[in-house]
Design a protein around this ligand. Sequence first.
Ligand SMILES: C[S@@+](CC[C@H](N)C(=O)[O-])C[C@H]1O[C@@H](n2cnc3c(N)ncnc32)[C@H](O)[C@@H]1O
Length: 321
Amino acid sequence: MGEKYTNQIIQGDCLNLLRQLPDESVDVVFADPPFNLKKKYRSHNDNLELQDYLDWCEKWIKECVRVIKPTGSIFLHNIPRWLTYYAATLNKIADFRHWISWDAPTAPMGKTLQPNYYGILFYAKDAQQNKFYEIRSPHKRCRKCGYLLKDYGGKKALLHPFGSLVTDVWTDIHRIRHNKYRDEHPCQLPIHLLERIILMSTDENDIVLDPFSGTGTTAIAAKRLGRQFIGLELDSEYAEASLRKLAQEQSNAKIDKYWVSFFLEEVVTLREKDWKDISQYYIIPTPIQQIDFAKSKLQKQSQICYCPQNNKTAKSASLPY
Ligand SMILES: C[S@@+](CC[C@H](N)C(=O)[O-])C[C@H]1O[C@@H](n2cnc3c(N)ncnc32)[C@H](O)[C@@H]1O
């Protein structure tokens, strides 16, 4: 790919820009397009006729798949209704891996089941060659008493000291909550959501492309994790805000030499294959059965390479329903 496009936020229409990228030149695409739900973006009209919206989506999805390497993946974030159309397009040109359900409750809508999740479609360019790493997240606990939420009965000694393997239902990452930290953008995603996706699908220095970059969440996650990024964004102010934020970031979300995702100074995602080495930096309850009420804790001194201030910038974007 060279440096022409990498580690940049490029302002412009993603379809035009995608057409300039070479075939099979990026490792992963994450796309969080406008949902056509009359959201107030600065530059984009989020109220297209149904067929116009679907035709447009089909065009950029095909371009995204074209630019992904044979080992690469595409992740499409949207409401389930639009994902059914995206899946129909993707099924012809890529290999289904997962429909991830990201638990994100919303305000009551009336006369319908209450929408309670966003979907993230995960397709491989080629399932046989697809790069994928198993990942773990901390065991779920009661916020007040600290006990494990699930009753593992007599099996507690068998629990993993850090946490469980991540499934296709994500309930542990919340939409951004505090307005004081939020960008002037209606749909900003949490950085650690993107870090999870990047950790499971890429290696250091791989290229992550986001054709709807917004205020740069994917690019920031990629930079923190030592990956390269390409952000495409129609709106110049969103693009400029991303560059300002990126200038504050370092590639330092690590324990020792292992990339991990932090949120509020705790590791929220790590790779299964790294745990054996990372575990030396944790204080693990002994006997392990005590994990019922005591979690494994990261030793303070091992956090030296992490700069947490921007992970605390999570705040609650309004939901696009
Ligand atoms: C749902 S938001 C993405 C938010 C992003 N994930 C974040 O966390 O900041 C969609 C973004 O796509 C941008 N957009 C809309 N049409 C576009 C186009 N044709 N090309 C590039 N970006 C576009 C909008 O300006 C908006 O910032």
